[in-house]
Design a protein around this ligand. Structure first.
Ligand SMILES: [Fe+2]
Length: 299
């Protein structure tokens, strides 16, 4: 009898890591094909918790891409200095060159990646913004290099009700260019034109109906407001969302996989001693759909 019980496959177990959002999921190997029933549990947790942490997932690029496709079609990155203008489905966040040597701090790719240290949400400058990002820790420094997350959903729930009504219908201009740098040299004119888009200031999760501010460093103007006033309001909302009670800081272990919902969670890279330690993270990004209601059911 016990032998039969022992053959029952383990099911994923979900453990919250923060009072408001973020969960760790154990009991599943994501580097091999995931059963549909198990992905259903992951999809439900993704909509509920915004940020999911999985430990001990030694991905290759191929297995990371295969798992990521459970969430939908993958984005191809934009060409920029940090990918040597040769983008694919894997974005590499690293301070190493192709031979594994530390890059100088003034390397164009290193300078480009500094923009990840501002609070943002991935690909909000695209007409169809990202659904989620999946970041795999391949080489992690012994100290520093955390990824910080902020729940713009919990922040929306805590925001003064009296002000929500006047902000609800507003539309925001998002740009690929770095904040307050319209002449950002990292992108060419075609990219800057194509990657200037509008999105609603308030987004609603199609599964549970919970709302959030959709802000961050690419959100740079509000339609119908003077540019300075719109920027000031967007800065205020991003600051509100990133207060300590809404933040979870992920300290990486090698082979961690962290998945976050770009529709409602903000994130930023944090620094580490880039002249001493090595860090290499591989990211896949799943394209969203528009309108949101198209994702009410599991992909
Ligand atoms: Fe990012």
């Amino acid at each position: 009898m016990s032998a039969i019980l022992n053959q029952t496959p383990a099911r994923p177990t979900i453990k919250p890591l923060h009072p408001l959002y973020v969960a760790e999921i154990t009991g599943i190997d994501l580097t091999v094909p995931v059963a549909r029933e198990d992905f259903r549990a992951i999809w439900a947790a993704f909509n509920e918790y915004e940020v999911l942490v999985f430990r001990d997932q030694p991905f290759t690029d191929e297995t990371q891409i295969a798992f990521s496709r459970n969430f939908g079609a993958l984005e191809t990155m934009e060409a920029h200095p940090a990918n040597n203008f040769k983008p694919g489905h894997i974005a590499v966040m690293t301070n190493l060159d192709a031979l594994g040597n530390l890059l100088p701090l003034d390397d164009p790719g290193m300078l480009h990646r500094l923009r990840n240290e501002a609070w943002h949400t991935d690909s909000s400058f695209k007409p169809v913004a990202a659904l989620c990002s999946l970041l795999s820790g391949r080489i992690v420094p012994p100290v520093g290099g955390n990824t910080d997350f902020a729940s713009a959903r919990a922040a929306y729930a805590a925001f003064p009700e009296a002000r929500k009504a006047s902000l609800e219908g507003k539309t925001v201009i998002h740009r690929v260019a770095a904040p307050k740098a319209i002449d950002d040299p990292a992108y060419n004119e075609e990219q800057k034109k194509r990657l200037t888009v509008t999105h609603p200031l308030v987004r609603t999760n199609p599964v549970n109906g919970r709302k959030n501010w959709y802000v961050g460093s690419h959100a740079q103007e509000i339609i119908g407001m003077p540019p300075e006033a719109g920027m000031a309001l967007l800065d205020e909302l991003t600051e509100f969302c990133t207060q300590p009670q809404f933040v979870y800081s992920h300290a990486w272990r090698q082979h961690d996989l962290v998945i976050w919902d770009n529709r409602c969670a903000l994130h930023r890279a944090t620094t580490f001693d880039k002249t001493k330690y090595r860090r290499k993270m591989h990211r896949t990004t799943v394209a969203g759909t528009t309108p949101d209601s198209a994702l009410a059911s599991m992909p």
